[in-house]
Design a protein around this ligand. Structure first.
Ligand code: PEP
Length: 250
């Protein structure tokens, strides 16, 4: 079996002023310094805090990422941030295709693919999010939706080193509803199978995260599933002790 190092990633979304973010990072860094960990830990603060959080994490193993990037390196794109800009201020990863971006900003798989390609070109790891809505699941379309999102969102040149996939059923994000372990296991196994189309045998090394109302009390069971290689955590990543407790499930 291929050993994949789990990744516990926190998506702070549009939360956190400077003092909140720095307090969170200080708490996580203190935990990480307490010993060797069997997982990687990443925080994705709002863009305003990426530089400062990255500076505060310097010298620790805490990884810092963005929540989105533009597909272009620079230019007339008011309000956007490029992958190169994130890299420049200390990010090593960026989330692309989060369902809130797909919904709020009508991002298609093609847009997500271009953003992931930009992340790679800038030297960032792209965390590519996919996941079905409740209607799609109820119609029995979960696997087909997730498969097409995966195949259409992964850029050429995606490898297990520059790409992480996050399966996040839309109906489980921020709702307190969690997919059952059987459902998660089924979708993750399908994602790994389909990833072979893009990566061949290297897909065995691809990290596939689960996201959707992951909390300290359900993390261990989800993280124990064969093809679950970590978690993408929203709400519970805003509290040091909850986020740390989730990571202890690895
Ligand atoms: C997310 O934002 O990616 C997420 C999974 O949120 P939550 O953990 O709050 O459901």
């Amino acid at each position: 079996m291929t050993a994949r190092r789990p990744l516990i990633a926190g998506n702070w979304k549009m939360n956190g002023l400077r003092a909140d973010g720095l307090k969170l990072v200080e708490g996580l860094v203190a935990h990480l310094r307490s010993g060797d960990q069997a997982f990687d830990m990443l925080v994705c603060p709002p863009t305003t805090l990426v530089a400062e959080v990255a500076a505060a994490a310097t010298g620790s193993t805490l990884l810092v990422g963005g929540q989105d990037c533009h597909a272009k390196e620079k230019g007339a794109h008011t309000g956007d941030t490029s992958a190169w800009m994130l890299k420049d201020v200390g990010a090593s990863c960026v989330i692309v295709g989060h369902s809130e971006r797909r919904q709020d900003h009508a991002e298609s798989n093609a847009v997500v693919k271009a953003k992931a390609g930009a992340a790679h070109a800038a030297g960032l790891i792209a965390i590519v999010c996919i996941g079905e809505t409740l209607d799609q699941r109820d119609r029995g379309e979960a696997l087909s939706v997730v498969t097409s999102q995966l195949l259409e969102s992964l850029p050429e040149g995606a490898t297990p080193e520059n790409t992480v996939v996050a399966y996040e059923p839309v109906w489980a994000i921020g709702t307190g509803k969690v997919a059952t372990p059987d459902d998660v296991a089924e979708v993750h196994a399908e994602i790994r199978k389909q990833a072979r189309e893009k990566m061949g045998d290297d897909a065995a090394r691809l990290r596939i995260l689960y996201g959707g109302s992951v909390k300290p009390d359900n993390a261990k069971e989800l993280l124990a599933l064969t093809d679950v290689d970590g978690a993408l955590v929203g709400g519970a990543s805003l509290k040091v002790e909850d986020f740390w407790a989730i990571a202890q499930g690895c």
